[in-house]
Design a protein. Structure first.
Length: 283
């Protein structure tokens, strides 16, 4: 007895079984893809492992003796919230270089050929970048504990501080998506981000008090969103005194200011980021 097998039957046997997935399942697959990529190339974690440790040790032991902290607080405790604020701001750097690299290599074009939503790629990359930066926060916290930094307030305040870090990181992700979709090469993204984020993070209260700055420069630093975040971390963790009554409004209400800044930055950058990404991936 002979059995005839048609080409269609053979193809049906070879085709893998597929099933419908929603946006969150597709996004989680993208997150796992990015994390596996990081696992296979551990040198990609140098910016959230080696660099934070280097910054903590350099500022704490090289510059710390020359910087006076208001209220006589320890500079090490003054410093850690600042470096954490800088690290989470650089989430924009991570997501922008990742998107640009995928666009350059044609990975996004391959994803477009799959039955997934285009937004799943952005969501997955954003979550992976936030997880990437969170590793740096954990590394800095451990390093800080080893050199004498402590969380001196309660558990609820500590959790709220870390929640504010993640919220601000979410806002910075949209800036990263915008830059990554706008610029055409990883080199261009690196140059733009370094020339943008480094001045923004240093022109704040992250590493030095703003009281000694010229009036016009202090005004800019005090209204810098990163200053609000860093001041909120210091207050919630008990690493510094509350701002004086004469201080700028964002520093007197840092927790609320950080939430407002995060919402405003998201509302400003998200529409432009989505438009730039859709335009770039539609070419």
């Amino acid at each position: 007895m002979t059995t005839s097998v048609t080409a269609g039957d053979a193809l049906a046997h070879q085709r893998p079984t597929t099933h419908q997935t929603n946006i969150w399942q597709q996004s989680w697959i993208m997150v796992k893809r990015n994390m596996i990529h990081t696992k296979r190339m551990p040198e990609m974690l140098s910016d959230v492992t080696i660099q934070p440790i280097m910054f903590v040790l350099l500022f704490a032991y090289v510059f710390g003796a020359a910087i006076s902290v208001p209220g006589g607080a320890s500079y090490k405790e003054f410093l850690l919230p600042g470096i954490m604020g800088q690290t989470i701001a650089f989430t924009a750097f991570i997501v922008s270089t990742g998107i640009t690299a995928d666009l350059e290599k044609g990975v996004i074009d391959r994803f477009r050929s799959l039955p997934i939503r285009r937004s799943a790629v952005i969501v997955g990359r954003s979550i992976a970048s936030l997880l990437h930066s969170s590793i740096g926060i954990v590394v800095m916290a451990i390093t800080g504990l080893l050199i004498g930094w402590r969380i001196r307030n309660g558990f609820a305040e500590a959790v709220l501080a870390f929640a504010l870090i993640l919220l601000f990181g979410f806002a910075m992700i949209w800036f990263g998506i915008l830059v990554g979709s706008w610029l055409r090469s990883v080199e261009a993204v690196n140059g733009f981000m370094f020339s943008t984020l480094f001045p923004i993070t240093f022109l704040s209260n992250a590493f030095v008090p703003t009281q000694g700055m010229p009036t016009w420069l202090r005004t800019i630093a005090d209204w810098n969103p990163i200053s609000s975040l860093v001041q909120a971390l210091r207050v919630l963790w008990g690493n510094g005194p509350d701002a004086a009554e004469t201080a700028a409004l964002p520093l007197r209400h840092p927790e609320l200011s950080t939430i407002i800044w995060s919402i405003v930055l998201t509302l400003v950058f998200a529409p432009f980021a989505l438009r730039a990404y859709n335009k770039r991936t539609a070419d």
